[in-house]
Design a protein around this ligand. Structure first.
Ligand SMILES: *Cc1c(COP(=O)(O)O)cnc(C)c1O
Length: 377
């Protein structure tokens, strides 16, 4: 059996080596290392794939979130509601811009931001909501957009974990994750569903004016060479990373299919296990792209299970072990533990199993048999 990896970038690269190498070679020959034709071409292809008017490439997903918020003109003291159960980058940029993060609880089944909790957190200072499509599954965007409209709030989608996921409206209309809110941010970190071989990110929007503002912000606030109209940042997608992404984008759907296939096999293996809750699928099959495959275990010592798997050469992860409202950097006296019932429970119960495009049946059988052996110990 091949050694099991949490994410098998080597195995994936082996299959696309020639295409990726040729694409990188092209950048080396043109020596357009920052911006230039490769970045432009990837941008256009991603706009087409997502069916969104504007993709603005940038240096990483954290920058993408920050720049999206700068582009909307959010001001110090504005309150931004987001989820208590996400990677810290989401709340980090809110705090960095001196906006006030307002963390709220999540739904116990999807792990995504709880719509009722958003409603309860709205104050006259609230300016934006940042839903995160956690682990590859869209938040309840239809309800979130309704709340935003009713209260005149911006919606910034954190799409770092869900590129290629589909969101299905109640009437059956399908759109790509990250094209619903006012603006959205994604990451091309190597382990993400569309990963480059270094850092990369992008901002998406259908708003022409906002896209124009953001294109200036990513480039030192310049709209005309050496005229700095706003305070910007230096956040550009490296052309060599764009070359990798250009080579990989045509495979994104098949990569997400491979992840779903692996998830289905895990689900089937665990279906009779009373102590395991497999990931909830909210609606259509293509809504979830399984950035992570995350179980909830009950009546099981989760940390002992993780240790046992590691001893058997099975990597696993706990995303996330501490709710953000309890992180030193983001504590706030206004929070009340009783308002975080779900995240406080999830941090004790979740465990993510290896999930990537190269998992084979032998590996999945081995992983599931070890999990079951421990649980039924
Ligand atoms: C990865 C990630 C980010 C940040 O992306 P980087 O490219 O690593 O800066 C932001 N939000 C979420 C939910 C992520 O998973």
């Amino acid at each position: 059996m091949k050694k099991i990896q949490m994410v098998d970038l080597k195995g994936q690269y082996a299959k696309i080596k020639d295409v990726v190498n040729d694409s990188i070679q092209e950048v080396l020959e043109t020596t357009a290392f920052v911006n230039g034709p490769m970045v432009h071409s990837f941008q256009k292809n991603l706009e087409h794939y997502l069916n969104v008017k504007h993709v603005i490439p940038c240096a990483n997903g954290t920058d993408a979130l920050q720049i999206a918020m700068m582009g909307l003109g959010l001001k110090p003291g504005d309150e931004v509601i987001t989820t208590d159960f996400t990677f810290a980058a989401t709340v980090e940029v809110i705090a960095l811009l001196q906006l006030t993060p307002v963390l709220v609880d999540v739904e116990p089944d999807t792990f995504n931001i709880n719509v009722e909790a958003i409603k309860n957190a709205i104050t006259p200072k609230t300016k934006a909501i940042v839903p995160v499509h956690l682990f590859g599954q869209c938040a309840n965007m239809e309800a979130i957009m309704e709340i935003a409209k009713a209260h005149n709030l911006y919606v910034i989608e954190d799409n770092a974990q869900a590129i290629g996921a589909t969101y299905t409206y109640k009437d059956g209309t399908k759109v790509k994750a990250g094209t619903i809110g006012d603006v959205s941010a994604t990451s091309f970190f190597p382990s993400k569903n569309l990963g480059c071989y270094g850092d990369g990110g992008a901002i998406f929007t259908n708003n022409d004016e906002l896209a124009h503002i953001i294109r200036g912000i990513v480039n030192h606030g310049m709209y005309e060479r050496y005229h700095h109209d706003v305070v910007g940042v230096n956040s550009r997608l490296d052309a060599i990373q764009a070359a990798v992404l250009e080579a990989k984008l045509p495979n994104l759907d098949s990569y997400n299919d491979a992840r779903r296939t692996a998830a289905n096999k895990y689900d089937a293996a665990f279906k009779d296990e009373a102590k395991i809750t497999t990931p909830f699928r909210n609606g259509a099959e293509d809504n979830h792209v399984f950035h992570q495959y995350t179980l909830k275990v009950s009546g099981v010592d989760r940390d002992a299970l993780a240790k046992y798997l590691n001893e058997n050469d099975i990597p696993c992860g706990v995303y996330y072990p501490i709710p953000l409202h309890n992180q030193k950097a983001y504590k706030d006296s206004r929070y009340n533990e009783a308002d975080f019932k779900v995240t406080n429970q999830l941090v004790k119960e979740v465990i993510s199993l290896p999930m990537h495009t190269e998992l084979d049946d032998e590996q999945i059988d081995f992983i599931t048999s070890k999990v079951k052996a421990f649980i039924n110990g």
